[in-house]
Design a protein around this ligand. Structure first.
Ligand code: NAI
Length: 400
């Protein structure tokens, strides 16, 4: 029986997927557990499912002796000691795409609201004014959207914006296939010079720090709009404040900030607070009921597929082997130290026990190798002990 233990109120869609795949021993915890309780809860689990608040460090992983696989039901995976997991032969999966659409919809919505100056108008009505005017209000149709970072989210924003009649241009450091009628610009400056709305969808880190600064903000069209739902470090907030105050930009929407509050009771500290043409949201670009449900399903499917077939496609810390139909009477999943002769040793051990290999796939990554062998013959406890106890073996299991 495969025991699955889920923490942090993971969406019930995960349990549905496990159940459909034949895994019914699922224990769920509504929250993250304190360290001592966590160590007790992981004992005996073959599968652990966590979100961002459960730390699977070396100590906790050591308690999970039967662990085969970890699912992070979120995007980030730095709450798991990935190297320790890998060296233990445990792949870790996450959900990189499940909230793409949620972010893209928010960005398009904000672009339309800001083009119409709705944040300011909404505020005025709430304060007893009735400025019924078309001044400074524009349709999205025919306007140019400039996307910086044309990856999963950026390209989705582009297709949604086209359906609203926008012209889409993008800038990316890599060559990207344009979707719909989108066009790549040859430089960031060319994008900034043409776009009525600029939206950022780049990764964080040193290379993208303050991409939008006094110079690049100055290179945007007068009256343009800036949207950032990527990482807080990408925009120089003081320079943006200046560009908004001077009227060079007509509005902005920010979902992410260089320093974000740590809890719901803490206030955001930002010079942009109080500006009526700025939409500020608490890093909720990807947070919708649908994305939570999608994350539950996406990760549970990856875990189930791994348990049923050994495929590690999409694992963040592990040699990746794509799905292949099983042939033969049993499938042996073998993780070994990545040393010369390991495959020969494995084949000899199998031959010794009368197993005929009918199909085999190997991938290596760093210090480990992972091989899926479909065999004809009897794979009993003796065979499995022989394979598990051999010095080259990190972890070995069987799928029948
Ligand atoms: P992705 O990796 O699919 O796309 C990023 C793109 O940016 C890639 O095409 C890459 O080549 C490009 N890029 C990298 N450096 C660049 C540069 N200097 N100039 C131009 N292009 C550059 O990532 P994805 O999934 O689209 O996510 C984008 C951002 O959105 C990430 O920073 C992610 O953390 C953030 N995000 C924010 C959420 C929210 O709640 N606000 C939710 C999900 C993701």
């Amino acid at each position: 029986m495969t025991r699955i233990v889920l923490f942090e109120n993971i969406h019930p869609s995960a349990k549905e997927v496990f159940s459909a795949a034949g895994f019914d021993d699922v224990i769920t915890h509504a929250s993250a557990l304190p360290p001592k309780e966590l160590r007790a809860a992981v004992r005996g689990a073959q599968v652990l499912g966590i979100r961002s608040r459960t730390q699977l460090d070396t100590e906790v992983l050591a308690e999970a002796e039967d662990l085969q696989v970890v699912g992070c039901f979120c995007i980030g995976t730095n709450q798991v000691d990935l190297d320790t997991a890998m060296l233990r032969g445990v792949p870790v999966f996450n959900a990189p795409f499940s909230n793409t659409r949620s972010v893209a919809e928010l960005v398009l919505g904000e672009a339309i609201l800001l083009l119409r100056r709705i944040p300011e108008k909404n505020d005025r009505v709430h304060h007893g004014f009735w400025d019924k005017t078309a001044d400074g209000a524009f349709e999205a149709r025919g306007k140019t959207l400039g996307i910086i970072g044309y990856g999963n989210i950026g390209s989705q924003v582009g297709t949604l914006a086209e359906s609203a009649g926008m012209r889409v241009i993008f800038h990316d450091v890599e060559a990207k296939l344009p979707l719909g009628n989108a066009r790549a610009t040859t430089s960031l400056e060319k994008l900034l010079a043409q776009a009525d709305v600029v939206t950022l969808h780049v990764p964080g880190g040193k290379a993208t720090e303050n991409i939008m600064n006094a110079t690049t903000l100055g290179a945007m069209k007068k009256g343009a709009i800036l949207i950032n739902a990527s990482r807080g470090t990408v925009v120089d907030i003081d320079a943006l404040h200046q560009a908004l105050e001077s009227g060079h930009l007509s509005g902005a929407a920010l979902d992410v900030f260089p320093v974000e509050p740590k809890s719901r009771d803490e206030a955001l500290a930002s010079p942009l607070i109080g500006l009526r043409n700025v939409i500020l949201t608490p890093h909720i670009g990807g947070s919708t009921q649908e994305s939570q449900e999608n994350i539950g399903r996406e990760v549970a499917e990856k875990l189930s597929r791994f348990l049923l077939s050994g495929t590690t496609k999409g694992a963040v810390n592990f040699p990746e082997i794509s799905y292949q139909e099983q042939v033969g009477t049993a499938r042996i999943l073998h993780v070994h130290r990545n040393l010369p002769g390991a495959m020969g040793t494995l084949s000899n051990l199998m031959a010794e026990r009368g197993l005929n290999i009918v199909s085999q796939q190997l991938q290596t990554r760093g210090q480990i190798g992972y091989v899926i062998s479909d065999v004809e013959g009897v794979v009993d406890d003796q065979v499995m002990s022989l394979l598990r106890d051999h010095p080259i073996t990190v972890r070995c299991s069987v799928v029948r």
